[in-house]
Write a protein of this length. Sequence first.
Length: 253
Amino acid sequence: MEYTIKKISELAGISSRTLRFYDEIKLLKPARINSSGYRIYAQKEVDRLQQILVYRKLGLSLEDIKAIMDNPDFDEIKTLRSHYRALLIQQQQLSKLIDTVEKTLMTKEGAGSMTNIEKFEGLKRERVRKNEDQYGTESRTLYGTDQVTDSNQKMLNMNQEKFQAFEELEEAIFVQLKKAMNTKNVSSIESQKLARMHKEWLSYTWTTYSTKAHVGLVNLYLADPRFVLYYDNRVGQGGTQFLKDAVIHFTNK
């Protein structure tokens, strides 16, 4: 079956202008141009558009989507399974978040009360949601959808004691980073303690640890102004750079 640009735009719920733009950037080319000069799309293009829209829902940029889908090693079945898992996790998170908001409203309106456990579960889901909103695209590009999804699930599975320890360690890292910066030496005892603490902090959510992934993360920190602000605002200018250098020294030992 073939579709005109108008028909496929209605089918997908996007504008014809968007489809023309996808054609211009060679993300989604029509199957052919008919004698009247109209773009015509076949089933292959419909399937590709579906994948593009799923990626967009997951927060990926058009540039990243094109790079992934044009990769000769692109595995459509494996990718769809990964998307399916990620969407199920998001569905569960959204459902639980809605439940938390409903109970909060009931509490505020005097119609019910939230237990500490319910409040704690809401905090975890909110942290995962915030991380996804702010850094989800970069994380999935760096580590892959499966690893990010598994990491999110690992956080959601934390009990209250472990989640509290995770957050306390994050605060302790800021304190240790200040101490390490005062030494002005990335090989100092304080600096290497900082790197070990950062590794331990990652282990709370990472399913597997590797020095390569650790270095990749701190390189991402320094390349992303949001991460630079996050660390430098807490410990002073140069904090993100020092953390990166300390981790690289630690992983090279």
